[in-house]
Design a protein around this ligand. Structure first.
Ligand code: ADP
Length: 347
């Protein structure tokens, strides 16, 4: 079992609190994305789990055992970074084989010429070859084993880096923005591959990204961080439909936020929050929220309207139906918002 439990993790650099009491459990076989704005402490938290950084408070457990006293190598976790960190002078095969050789062969046995004199080296090399080929086949880089990293595309390099992490069979994968060096199209295809591989093999994975779409599409659950704290954890759907606060509502998808000046009764200290897609347009008569259309954007499948409500502006996105008349800028409209779509969140 490779559950990861974080208990009240704290980290300071000088006077700055970078991680501020994070408690979080990642289940065995789960893919969790850690998402939040740049500088909110995501990488630091990942490095603490990997043992590359010591926390100032709290505890990290892997599979029920506290690992705080273990060095990175002893933690059974593999870290995959955004830079592929492949050795340029080694072939793809040797890059993937490296962690196995380091672990199984002595220093002398690894030497190019001298090593051959050791009788047990051949058997070990044969086993390593089989494991590297198996990983390479799984990642679709088997035909590239003789190449150097410089002769590969970004996506291929990323898969080789993954292969090198995988052959170690770590209990946990920690990935720090591993796709951010790829172009947009490649990111989408590598992200799909990564997800299906992770599901097939049941790999426990924590994946750091600042990209909202990436975070939503690749994971089982998402943890949204801001200012060193986890703001909310849940499935992407749960967080979209029921954000815990204004930060989460704004960070995952767009959100309209209105205060009591909008004329809708609301609990003290709360704001009315709703998604543009959850509201429609209606006639202004009798509507609690009403005002003039200030902008209109045709997006293909939908039409997005901006409507001024008092001092604020809200966005309404409605399905486009051909043949049906659109509202014009300047028209007075009412906002049709079903009560179950109204969220009242702490200001
Ligand atoms: P993220 O991954 O969310 O972008 P980081 O965990 O990298 O955020 O950084 C969180 C904060 O800690 C940032 O303000 C960063 O400048 C600061 N920080 C990170 N590493 C160090 C360090 N070694 N020394 C001092 N400050 C650091």
């Amino acid at each position: 079992m490779a559950d990861i439990e974080l208990h009240a993790i704290e980290k300071r650099y000088g006077d700055t609190r970078v991680v501020n009491g994070v408690s979080l459990t990642i289940r065995d076989g789960e893919f969790l994305t850690l998402v939040g704005p740049s500088g909110c402490g995501k990488s630091t938290l990942l490095r603490i789990i990997a043992g590359l950084e010591a926390q100032d408070g709290g505890e990290v457990r892997v599979g029920g055992t506290c690992v705080d006293d273990r060095r990175p190598k002893e933690r059974d976790v593999a870290m995959v970074f955004q830079s592929y960190a492949l050795y340029p002078h080694l072939s793809v095969f040797d890059n993937i084989a490296l962690p196995l050789r380091t672990r199984r062969l002595s220093f002398a046995e690894r030497l190019p010429l001298v090593g051959r004199a050791f009788p047990r080296r051949r058997g070990i090399e044969r086993a390593i070859r089989a494991e590297v080929e198996q990983a390479a086949a799984m990642l679709d880089v088997a035909h590239l084993l003789h190449r150097k990293p410089g002769q590969l595309s970004g996506g291929q390099r990323q898969r080789v880096a993954l292969g090198r992490a995988m052959v170690r069979h770590p209990a946990v994968f920690l990935m720090d923005e591993p796709l951010s060096n790829l172009d947009a199209k490649m990111r989408v295809s590598v992200r799909r591959e990564l997800r299906s591989l992770q599901q097939r093999l049941g790999l426990t994975t924590i994946f750091v990204t600042h990209d909202q779409e990436e975070a939503n599409t690749i994971c089982d659950r998402i943890a949204v961080m801001d200012a060193g704290k986890v703001q909310q954890v849940g499935t992407p759907m749960e967080l979209y439909e029921n954000p815990a606060n204004l930060f989460v509502a704004n960070f995952l998808g767009s959100a309209n936020i209105l205060d009591e000046r909008a004329g809708v009764p609301m609990p003290a200290g709360k704001r009315l929050v709703f998604r543009p897609q959850h509201a429609g347009l209606t006639s202004p008569e009798g509507a609690a929220l009403r005002g003039p259309v200030t902008h209109r954007e045709f997006l293909g499948a939908t039409v997005r309207y901006a409507v001024r409500i008092g001092d604020s502006e809200v966005l309404i996105e409605t399905p486009f139906q051909s043949g049906r008349e659109l509202r014009d800028v300047g028209d007075n409209v009412g906002v049709d918002l079903p009560p179950r779509r109204m969220l009242f969140l702490p200001a």
